[in-house]
Write a new protein. Structure first.
Length: 138
């Protein structure tokens, strides 16, 4: 059982921001900035790619409200919403979660963004694989 599953059951305490039948949001114990909040589905699932549409929709429904609340509490001037999906992407707790991280002055997410350039010759293959994948899931 993951740490976040134990937070859902109440076995481990948290500072609750929001709670409904499908979603729990609570303050991150090691915040990058004031009001850094974690938003998690109650469905037990390690990876976003395996999350049900219903659980995903439930999270999407409340995310804007959580962002507003975190920005109100922090006085942030921007906000990063981030899901580290998979160990290779930096995920440490293997239960799906979205970070809501207000940017408050110097505090917040420091990102290293190294953009490439979309290769026009590769677009058709990328879209082909993605469309097939989405057709399978949908
Ligand atoms: P990840 O690296 O998996 O995307 O993020 C996991 C997050 O969970 C980290 O930001 C970390 O600070 C937070 N975290 C780890 N353990 C606890 C805990 O016991 N309580 C709370 N509220 N947050 C935790």
């Amino acid at each position: 059982m993951t740490l976040f599953a134990k937070i859902i059951t109440g076995e481990i305490p948290c500072h609750r921001v929001y709670d409904d039948a499908h979603v729990l949001a609570f303050l991150d114990i090691n915040p990058l900035s004031r009001a850094h909040t974690l938003v998690i589905p109650k469905e037990r699932c390690a990876s976003l790619r395996d999350l049900s549409d219903d659980a995903g929709a439930a999270i999407g429904r409340v995310l804007p409200r959580i962002v507003r609340a975190a920005m109100a509490a922090s006085g942030g001037t921007g906000c990063n919403v981030l899901c580290n999906d998979g160990a290779d992407a930096g995920q440490e707790v293997m239960h799906v979660h979205f970070h809501v991280i207000p940017r408050v002055g110097d505090h917040g997410l420091r990102r290293t963004w190294r953009p490439g350039r979309l290769d026009p010759e590769d677009v058709a293959e990328i879209l082909d694989v993605m469309h097939q994948s989405m057709a399978r899931i949908g």
